[in-house]
Ligand binder design. Structure first.
Ligand code: PHE
Length: 446
């Protein structure tokens, strides 16, 4: 195969879903929902996923498939001799920052997984899990070594080209991850005191909603769907013409909603049943989930499987982040792929070191009231992703004619013109306005 391409339509959907489903919906969503009021946050997040996320995802897919080029060149080829390709540059820059702290959390998963293999993780009490996790993230050697290990795994997959390995693996691993999550939800829901957790996450209490809630929900929706940094532009450029993009969007958004619900229902009932605080923060799933597995028959075995799958889901996301960077550096020259993947990966490793130390050595070092890790996450999730998404919505609405858009959307799919009109209305008016208002409100500009 001379050109980078997915081997099948399913391969593309799986890779896009693999990019979307990862630490965002499984680790970040529960802790951000927990610290932002629970149900109301979750509700707003779901609304944003459907009405802002889905139309934007379709836009990124359309740009990528139309241009058949990676993130930066795609904008150049659609709008030559303009500044629009800065959207791609912003995307690549944001990916570098995002991956630098994403990999720190990926490292925690690696650490847990290795420990679970040796049976070190089972049979502890609830507080012991909290303490163990505290040690894992605060010990500088462990934090940095695990971060390095995670980046190395990501580099090793990306250097060979993402299409080869991940399609087949995703096809098997994703369904098992979903099944295991369902098992987890059932166990969690049958714990004593579980109902309070269900109420917490499913019953919105709008009296607690502030403009920050909207900002966090927006950032979370974009983070979960890998939007705003043109990852999905790069992925869909590997898609041959003639596949149905709207159907792919429905699959990716549908799966992301499903995993978000499963994560919420697996974690919050247990949080309340075991007396954890929903506001615990980044450590939430790492201290709660082991306690749930502890309550199951064959719990330690299930836990090993779960961690392997979580690691896999995390890697399919980090791969997409490194891929957009490498693709923008190589521009299809595959002979340079290996070198660029290693260089970019190692730079990102170094950039991530302060984040890795943010829970130990540097935990008292605050910039703008936040640790290094929190600051990068806040900046990326709540400003850079929405900013990128805003630019993409404006780009699509302004730089492509309605006819071009209609042709792109209907290529490979039979979409009625009313769906097209609805999408166009959303992307042209609703999406930019909503993003603008949320950001401006949260910054307190007006
Ligand atoms: N969506 C991924 C996750 O939820 C993270 C991600 C964001 C990946 C942006 C690529 C681009 O884990």
């Amino acid at each position: 195969m001379s050109k980078n391409q997915w081997s099948s339509k399913l391969g593309f959907i799986l890779a896009a879903a693999g990019s979307a489903i990862g630490l965002g919906a499984i680790w970040k969503l529960p802790y951000v929902a927990g610290t932002n009021g629970g149900g109301a946050f979750f509700f707003i997040y779901l609304i944003f996923l459907v009405f802002l996320g889905a139309p934007l995802l379709l836009s990124e897919f359309m740009i990528g498939r139309k241009a058949q080029k990676e993130a930066i060149s795609a904008y150049k080829s659609i709008a030559p001799n303009t500044y629009w390709h800065w959207i791609g540059i912003l995307g690549v820059g944001t990916s570098i920052i995002l991956l630098s702290f994403y990999s720190v959390v990926g490292g925690w998963v690696v650490n847990y997984f290795l420990r679970s293999l040796t049976g070190n993780l089972s049979g502890l009490g609830v507080e012991e899990y909290q303490r163990l996790f505290g040690t894992i993230i605060s010990d500088p050697i462990q934090a940095i070594a695990a971060h390095l290990l995670f980046i190395l795994l990501t580099i090793m997959i990306v250097q060979g080209g993402v299409q080869k390995g991940i399609e087949r693996a995703t096809r098997i691993m994703m369904p098992i991850l979903f099944i295991l999550f369902i098992v987890l939800v059932v166990r969690s829901l049958t714990l004593e005191g579980a109902l309070e957790g269900v109420r917490f996450i499913l019953l919105p209490n709008f009296s607690e909603v502030t403009s920050e809630t909207f900002l966090f929900a927006l950032g979370q929706a974009f983070f979960s769907l890998s939007l705003g940094i043109s990852t999905m532009v790069t992925y869909s450029s590997y898609l041959p013409k003639g596949e149905s993009l709207p159907r792919s969007v429905a699959s990716v958004v549908g799966l992301t909603i499903l995993i978000s619900l499963l994560a919420g229902l697996a974690i919050f009932p247990a949080v309340f049943a075991f007396g954890f605080e929903p506001t615990e923060g980044p450590s939430l799933i790492f201290s709660v989930l082991p306690a749930v597995f502890n309550e199951m028959a064959f719990g330690s075995l299930f836990f090993v499987c779960f961690l392997a799958l979580l690691l896999f889901a995390t890697l399919t996301s980090s791969i997409s982040l490194l891929e957009i960077i490498v693709a923008s550096l190589t521009k299809g020259r595959n002979e340079e792929r290996k070198k660029k993947a290693w260089t970019a990966g190692l730079v990102i490793f170094i950039l991530g070191i302060p984040s890795a130390l943010s829970f130990g050595l540097l935990d008292a070092f605050f910039l703008f009231d936040r640790t290094f890790f929190d600051l990068l996450d806040y900046l990326v999730s709540n400003f850079l992703l929405p900013l990128g998404a805003l630019c993409i919505a404006i780009f699509v609405g302004k730089k492509l004619t309605q006819e071009e858009l209609y042709n792109e959307m209907t290529q490979g799919s039979r979409i009625s013109s009313s769906i097209f009109k609805l999408w166009f209305f959303l992307i042209r008016f609703v999406v930019p306005t909503a993003i603008f208002i949320v950001i401006v409100q949260a910054l307190g500009i007006f």
